[in-house]
Design a protein around this ligand. Structure first.
Ligand code: UFG
Length: 327
């Protein structure tokens, strides 16, 4: 397949580019490098600097590329994704996530490109009242980030129905870890996620970290999340793209592990290597108490299964951060 990866210089996009190339696909990356880094883009991928919120950027790139051979699939990773930031800056989230997707779909339609793989999120479920979320469950986001992604999911469904396109929407749970080569991973700028923050604290790169609330209704009072290794997640994208391209069918799939861990359990796992200096603080805005995926549908549809455990995820992030800080 010839695949256009929008946001292919970011954490998850760049890992997916690696997995696409490992599986023999041709890749074109478009990224505005606002958070992504050019050096994260695999050397075998073609790179264009471009912004999805600027229609002329996309049109120009699609014109050049589709003259040679049109894209079989577009994968869209170019979104803002930090829950607390979305609470602070909701308009930026609507602009980038919703308007960006509208422009991308419109340009795809102009160029008759039929397949989109889209990064959605577990945040669309909001505060689930079930132990494990299935794709058919109620969606009721409790923060602007989740809300923008739900709007995007619905936009994709209506547009694909109208223009005879196909989609694979993935709802990600908590993604962490680095590529097995340690060439790419979540870099050290603007870290907000629990795994890299805990690892940085363990490595002495931060003096202390804060656990946001220990008064949730969970086994130790801290929030429960479902952690998935970025390389397992990226490989699911390769399978999802192939599936919709070959079967002309739509997919909506959770990508998680079926297992939940509390924040204190993450700290404990990191403490198998080094001590973590932490304090208990106040709850953070927009955090649900517990969110865990059922990945049954993804396993059935794609013949996929996450290969890596929580220990693998922590070890992978630790190795990557040790490498980054040696540089
Ligand atoms: N946490 C801390 N201290 C920190 C950072 C995080 O206690 O310094 C806690 C949070 O409060 C939360 C848990 O660790 O309870 C996980 O927080 P993250 O920021 O790592 O991730 P989120 O669960 O907020 O969000 C992530 C993705 C979203 C996705 C969501 C789905 O960023 O895109 O998982 O569960 F929607």
């Amino acid at each position: 397949m010839k695949v256009c990866v929008v946001g292919g210089a970011g954490y998850i996009g760049s890992e997916t580019v690696y997995e696409l190339i490992r599986n023999g696909h041709e890749v074109v990356v478009i990224d505005n490098l606002s958070t992504g880094k050019k050096e994260m883009v695999h050397k075998s991928a073609k790179f264009y600097l471009g912004d999805i919120t600027k229609e002329e950027d996309l049109k120009h790139i699609f014109e050049q590329e589709c003259m040679i051979k049109h894209f079989d699939v577009v994968m869209h990773f170019a979104a803002k994704l930090i829950v607390p930031e979305s609470v602070e800056k909701p308009l930026e989230y609507y602009h980038n996530n919703v308007e960006g997707l509208r422009i991308l779909l419109s340009v795809m339609n102009d160029f008759n490109i039929k397949n989109i793989v889209f990064s959605s999120t577990a945040a669309v479920y909001g505060e689930p009242n079930k132990d494990i979320c299935e794709e058919s469950d109620l969606t009721k986001p409790i923060n602007p980030y989740g809300e923008t992604k739900l709007v995007c999911e619905n936009m994709i469904k209506w547009v694909c129905q109208r223009y005879d396109m196909h989609y694979c929407i993935f709802r990600y749970f908590n993604v962490a870890g680095a590529d097995e080569t340690l060439e790419i991973g979540l870099d050290k700028s603007n870290l907000t996620h629990i795994v890299p923050i805990t690892v940085e604290t363990a490595l002495g790169l931060r003096e202390k970290m804060t656990v946001f609330g220990n008064d949730y209704n969970t086994k130790d009072g801290t929030c429960i999340r479902d952690y998935i290794h970025v390389q397992d997640l990226a490989y699911a994208h390769v399978l999802g793209a192939q599936y919709i391209f070959e079967n002309e069918e739509n997919l909506l799939l959770n990508l998680g592990s079926n297992n939940g861990y509390t924040v204190l359990e993450i700290i404990k796992e990191v403490e198998k290597y080094y001590k973590v200096n932490y304090e208990i603080g106040k709850r953070r805005a927009g955090d649900p108490a517990k969110i865990v995926a059922s990945n049954k549908k993804a396993c059935e549809k794609l013949g996929w299964k996450p290969k890596r455990t929580l220990s693998d995820i922590i070890k992978s992030d630790l190795d990557y951060r040790m490498k980054l800080n040696k540089k």
